[in-house]
Design a protein around this ligand. Structure first.
Ligand code: URA
Length: 190
């Protein structure tokens, strides 16, 4: 069995935290298993929980539109979340939930071995081990991180729900995605 599929099957059966009690479906993530870019969100919302797929609701449609603006197709990347089960009422995942779910993310990243991880928002950034008080401290630049003795490049921007709700942030969001893509294009190939 493909490693990513094996991880997904474990996630679907996971009972490591209380989020398993209320979920309809865990959402392991989806996309290209050899993706050079991994997109990392926060946690599934209502639609994602119902269908078991990441970023398919309103913020997902917004994100897909912005990816298309810079020529990224969803099928060419791997999309997942810091936390794989929906927190009740779409509350933010707790640090405990992020930490409990992190081993799944690390295994996915180790399997895919992307050139860059594009992390959306504070929960995604925290799940990569970044320490900050405000997102602006880590947003908009390439950051080298060490996870389980392996280094990855990551780039943090807003969660898509922020520019979706606040149009003034849309230009910066697009600029960030473009900057991330340019950084990725200039990275040495591994
Ligand atoms: N928001 C996220 O962070 N992830 C999803 O999959 C959907 C909405």
């Amino acid at each position: 069995m493909e490693e990513l599929e094996a991880i997904a099957n474990e996630i679907k059966r996971c009972t490591l935290c209380d989020l398993c009690n209320k979920r309809n479906n865990a959402v392991p993530g989806e996309g290209y298993d050899k993706a050079r870019i991994v997109l990392l969100g926060e946690a599934p919302g209502k639609n994602e929980d119902l269908q078991g797929r990441p970023f398919i609701g309103m913020s997902g449609r917004f994100l897909t539109k912005y990816l298309e603006k810079v020529g990224i197709k969803r099928e060419a990347v791997f999309i997942t979340n810091a936390v794989k089960c929906r927190p009740p009422n779409n509350r933010k995942p707790t640090l405990h939930e992020i930490e409990t779910c992190r081993p799944y993310l690390l295994r996915q990243l180790n399997t895919i071995n992307p050139s860059i991880i594009l992390a959306f928002g504070t929960s995604a950034a925290a799940s990569l081990g970044l320490k900050f008080k405000h997102l602006s401290e880590v947003r908009g630049r390439k950051i080298n991180i060490k996870l389980d003795d392996k280094t990855f490049d990551c780039f943090v921007t807003f969660h898509p729900s922020f520019p979706m709700r606040f149009p003034h942030a849309r230009e910066q969001f697009l600029k960030d995605i473009k900057t991330c893509l340019n950084i990725y294009k200039n990275l040495p190939t591994t």
